[in-house]
Design a binder for this molecule. Sequence first.
Ligand SMILES: CC(C)(COP(=O)(O)OP(=O)(O)OC[C@H]1O[C@@H](n2cnc3c(N)ncnc32)[C@H](O)[C@@H]1OP(=O)(O)O)[C@@H](O)C(=O)NCCC(=O)NCCS
Length: 134
Amino acid sequence: MAHPLYKQEQELRNRILLRPIGLPDHGWEMDDHKAWHFVAVEGDRVVGCVILVPLQDGVAQLKQMAVETGNQSRGIGRLLVDALLAFARTRQLQEIICHARDTAIPFYIKNGFEIYDEPFVEVGVPHHHMRIFL
Ligand SMILES: CC(C)(COP(=O)(O)OP(=O)(O)OC[C@H]1O[C@@H](n2cnc3c(N)ncnc32)[C@H](O)[C@@H]1OP(=O)(O)O)[C@@H](O)C(=O)NCCC(=O)NCCS
């Protein structure tokens, strides 16, 4: 059975990540079953979320990072990334990668990530590969 907060996480991603770029609701849930999920909760409302998808050999991918519009720039994204990295260390992961939308690059840099490889376009949005070694 799904976690009681999962539905709110899905709705947050629909609003913040999918609809603004014209993707269908629930269009990016293919990794959810194998991911670790992190949510920021205020009262009984999910205001931020991110997932960590295990890849191979000590590497995992941060995906689906979103903070509710009215709650952005309040440090919630940083709290989520801190929790994700702390968890990754407990799992002896050595590297976290992500596909960063260009608009979010300063956020990831402030959280210790670096750019590598060439820029690319995913779902019509300019991205860079980013990573952090633990
Ligand atoms: C990107 C996002 C997750 C950041 O979460 P947030 O809660 O707003 O970020 P925080 O408040 O924790 O910011 C942490 C730091 O990054 C900075 N930062 C955050 N977003 C930024 C941006 N777009 N440009 C420049 N700096 C940014 C903040 O100023 C803050 O710096 P400070 O500690 O020096 O004040 C959030 O803005 C969001 O959901 N954006 C829309 C969806 C999106 O782009 N997701 C990422 C897809 S790859």
